[in-house]
Design a protein around this ligand. Structure first.
Ligand code: ADP
Ligand code: MG
Length: 172
């Protein structure tokens, strides 16, 4: 959810110079859903998204923080304005604590629908990448929950985690 929020903030930030990045959906949001039968938990955002190259560079390396690099490119006034959360570079990979596979589907704002990417990994350091059609801007992170982690596909559990750790996030 923090990464989704950062992705929305990055879009808002880049759109200051290029409003076309909002395409036809200016309302930024994060959507959390789950499927108990499939044992999946999905966090979707309509933020900046990732190109295939960015997915490989940013998701492919453990402890690489794209947000830290993004911040390094800003001057101090811009930094104050940007409200970015992640800076530690362990966030995404921590999903593998509860998931034995993570699928990320994304399309960067401003790129064509055919320039979507699907990145899949079992967390071993290896990953697969393919090009997909993805009309919606932004990112879906699909956690395939490990045996024994089914509680992350339950409403009460998700509500309590999200209200505890993501209460400060202003996005719907
Ligand atoms: P951090 O949040 O500290 O940058 P993470 O490991 O949580 O580190 O994420 C690594 C990088 O993957 C992010 O910096 C970002 O570039 C990319 N990323 C992760 N989730 C998303 C998302 N929902 N939308 C766009 N990019 C993302
Ligand atoms: Mg993060």
């Amino acid at each position: 959810v923090s990464n989704a929020s950062d992705a929305c903030d990055k879009l808002r930030f880049e759109a200051l110079n290029n409003a076309a990045l909002y395409e036809d959906t200016p309302t930024l949001q994060v959507h959390v859903s789950f499927d108990p039968a499939a044992k999946t938990l999905t966090v979707r955002d309509n933020g900046i998204g990732m190109s295939a190259e960015e997915a490989v560079a940013h998701l492919g390396t453990i402890a690489k923080s794209g947000t830290r690099e993004f911040l390094a490119r800003l001057d101090s006034d811009q930094k104050k304005d940007a409200n970015l959360i992640g800076q530690f570079g362990v966030g995404f990979y921590s999903g593998f604590i509860v998931a034995d596979r993570i699928t990320v589907e994304s399309r960067r704002a401003g790129l064509a629908a055919e320039a979507g990417v699907r990145w899949t990994s079992d967390g071993s350091g290896q990953f697969d990448v393919e090009t997909i059609d993805r009309p919606a801007r932004g990112t879906d992170v699909i956690l395939h929950l490990r045996e024994g982690e089914e509680e992350f596909a339950k409403t009460w559990k998700l509500k309590s985690i999200i209200s505890k750790y993501s209460d400060h996030i202003s996005l719907p």
